[in-house]
Write a protein that binds this ligand. Sequence first.
Ligand SMILES: Cc1cc2nc3c(=O)[nH]c(=O)nc-3n(C[C@H](O)[C@H](O)[C@H](O)COP(=O)(O)OP(=O)(O)OC[C@H]3O[C@@H](n4cnc5c(N)ncnc54)[C@H](O)[C@@H]3O)c2cc1C
Length: 396
Amino acid sequence: MDADAIIIGAGACGLMCAVQAGYVGKKVILLEKGDKPGAKILISGGGRCNYTNLYATDEQFISANKHFCKSAFTQWTVDDTISFFETYGIQGKEKTLGQLFPEGKNAKDIVEVFTSICTDFEQQIICGANVEEIEQTEGAFTVQYIRSGKSRFIKAPKLVIATGGLPIPKMGATDFALRFARKHGLNIVETAPALVPLTITGKDEKWYAQLSGNSLFCRLSNDRISFEENILFTHWGLSGPAILQISSYWRRGEQINIDLLPGNNISDLIDAERQYNGKSLLSAVFNRFYSKKFTDAMAKFLPVEKPVASLTKPELELIHQTIHLFKVKPAGDKGYDKAEVMRGGIDTNELSSKTLECKRIPGLFFGGECIDVTGWLGGYNFQWAWANGFVIAQQL
Ligand SMILES: Cc1cc2nc3c(=O)[nH]c(=O)nc-3n(C[C@H](O)[C@H](O)[C@H](O)COP(=O)(O)OP(=O)(O)OC[C@H]3O[C@@H](n4cnc5c(N)ncnc54)[C@H](O)[C@@H]3O)c2cc1C
């Protein structure tokens, strides 16, 4: 045997797993296809790495089995993440909505925490190692990888597949975990890009494009969920945190409802304006909340240049509907090139929620994004990856 375990993928889950394995006295070999470990950590949060969320609970995770993530989150909590990084000199600073970033440091420092602990524990990280095949022989897994054009084999009694999801193929994302699962008859929950911008085409395209660069605090909802955050208009549709969040709950062909003035009632505001100065134009009311560009764009739907006193009842109703129940039907999403995570993945029914071991293949563990557990935007996905790394390490 070459090690106690082989970990495929030196991303968030694989690195945490290697480090935690070190704490329990296990030797691992990490095989990483890319030329450096933690590539996605390095680009996360715009290079600053939103490494956890103070308010993370199992409620912010999407999965066919919403209870599956609970055990991992009980074993490794947000406080564990915070104190782990604090031990290595990284203090957390909340940016917004519980999102924790390293104070005065960045994503590179987060990766360095892992690589330096791996060095201390003499955990081997082999980069440029593209795993192609896994063979299971009695009590062992033989992993075949290609490095510098040469095929190599290593062997261990335990194997961890932490090869991530499909987003950002140009950074080396692979479908390795999904391919392996399919080959061994494991069920896969349908995958799709998530936390992804949405596109608008057809007759509405120009209307959205003219607003490119404008952002607006909104409440987005569908029949499953609602989010209050900014949306961002772009040349091809909609982005911004609220759109990324709801994209994970959006299915092709569906509509999204947008409240363009959450926390206010436009009808009341118009009523008040009518009493104060009925000659005010509707645009003057709008301009208190929106950019001039947005108010001008609303002229396509509403009589913005009309004095508020002369608005008719049907017009007032239309204004209320348009502002509080603006409907958008995206054409599609920007795909894995722009998605932050993958929805779906290895069916959680195939795994033990307590250990993440594959029920049908003892000794084999899946961890991180390749599993059908997808977090919201805001540090939740790393919390899942760290927790998985910890849980699996206890079994090696
Ligand atoms: C632009 C962007 C920004 C993000 N920002 C945040 C953020 O701020 N906060 C947050 O919580 N989440 C963020 N995420 C999501 C987060 O990066 C992922 O959820 C997390 O990295 C998943 O961890 P993982 O270990 O499962 O996979 P990864 O971190 O993707 O690691 C998988 C590793 O496996 C390697 N690999 C794949 N196939 C093979 C193979 N055949 N052989 C060997 N190695 C292989 C890959 O090269 C990769 O290094 C962001 C994602 C993106 C794309």
